[in-house]
Unconditional design. Structure first.
Length: 381
């Protein structure tokens, strides 16, 4: 069973049902039923037209559910008869579906959760983990959002900033390797960039391309994380980096700086350095200053403190870090790194171990545990 194919077809199948007149919630349920049927049938009877098969089965499930519900009988009069089997339209409505999920009546968090569930193909459990809330809470949030957009017109656009936030979260989920959606997020962002004249759309596309260019070097053959400074830069995709930097330059030239453009500028400075030692940390600190001004985010200030430690020395970085709440995610890891650079191996080892206990995923936990063990070995020697 080609799960990647099913995942790539799901948004367009859902969009086709909605465009035909199905309300969003009922259409999403019907598509999920069709996916279950595909998993059961396709291994023995693979269809010649997978998308057409899914549309036909999902539409039948929708009609069956509609006819079975007496409270919805009036809607039946507005539903066309089942189309005859055949090729489905080649129009890709996936991007329009993103805008529907980013409906103005939804809160940003609900819009993101709904899009990740209905379009991105993530499970409710994965979304709940990203939000650090119980799965039942997230299930209720997604369910309420589905009911809300079921009353919306399919051609009513949502908020661009929310759509960008959704796309970036989908990209990051794919980049982590848990669900490989990075390429799909880039494809959709390219579409958005082609139809919307917005510098932050360009900033997001540039940021994705530059990050994606480094993907082959982020993990070792055994699956362990490779820090940026230790990555084999010969494995970076220079074509993607060049494309991302060119898109970013065009966006910055418009003098409408936004958060995503600033993040892309930081990524570009990392990518532009031939070696880790040649990284322009002074400029990176300046971009973090801009980013902090735009977002006032404690996480941005934490990353800035690490950059200050590279530009002005670890003691300066620790001074900047001391101004932040110690309970921030990755605060212990950042402090460990700066203490190691300052030569305080005992404190660094202790903080690496503490950071490992706080890590949100196994790969990060293993990496931090190895760092602590490495320093304890050096101290013992």
């Amino acid at each position: 069973m080609d799960e990647a194919l099913l995942r790539s077809l799901t948004p367009s199948v859902l969009a086709i049902l909605v465009r035909r007149g199905a309300d969003f919630a009922a259409a999403e349920d019907a598509v999920q039923d069709a996916l279950v049927e595909a998993v059961r049938v396709w291994p023995d009877e693979p269809p010649r037209d997978p998308k057409g098969w899914l549309v036909t089965v999902a539409w039948r499930r929708f009609l069956d559910a509609t006819r079975a519900d007496a409270a919805r009988r009036r809607r039946e009069d507005r539903v066309d008869e089942e189309p005859s089997p055949g090729p489905v339209p080649g129009v890709d409505d996936t991007l329009q579906l993103y805008f529907l999920c980013a409906h103005p009546s939804l809160t940003p968090s609900s819009a993101v959760a709904l899009t990740l569930r209905a379009v991105g193909g993530l499970t409710t459990r994965q979304i709940a983990r990203a939000y650090l809330v119980p799965e039942a809470t997230m299930a209720q949030r997604v369910s309420r959002a589905k009911r809300t957009v079921s009353r919306a017109r399919f051609d009513q656009p949502g908020d661009v900033a929310t759509v960008l936030r959704v796309l970036y979260l989908v990209f990051n989920e794919g980049y982590s390797g848990d669900v490989d959606l990075a390429a799909e997020a880039i494809r959709l962002t390219r579409q958005l960039h082609a139809v919307i004249d917005h510098p932050e759309v360009a900033g997001l596309l540039a940021l994705m391309l530059i990050h994606h260019a480094r993907r082959p070097s982020r993990t070792a053959p055994d699956g362990s994380l490779v820090p940026l400074a230790e990555q084999d830069r010969a494995r970076w995709d220079t074509g993607l980096i060049a494309e991302g930097i060119e898109i970013l330059r065009s966006a910055l030239a418009r003098d409408r700086l936004g958060e995503l453009q600033a993040q892309a500028a930081i990524a570009a400075l990392h990518a532009d350095a031939r070696t880790a030692g040649e990284t322009d940390w002074v400029q990176i600190v300046e971009w973090y200053d801009e980013l902090a001004r735009l977002t006032d985010s404690p996480v941005v200030r934490l990353n800035r403190a690490v950059a200050v430690g590279e530009a002005d020395g670890p003691r300066a970085g620790l001074a900047a870090l001391s101004e932040l709440d110690g309970s921030l995610p990755r605060h212990a890891a950042a402090s460990a790194y700066l203490h190691e650079r300052a030569g305080d191996l005992a404190t660094a080892a202790r903080l690496y171990a503490e950071a490992a206990r706080q890590a949100s995923n196994l790969a990060e936990r293993d990496h931090l545990t190895r760092q602590a063990a490495r320093l304890n070995t050096r101290r013992g020697g």
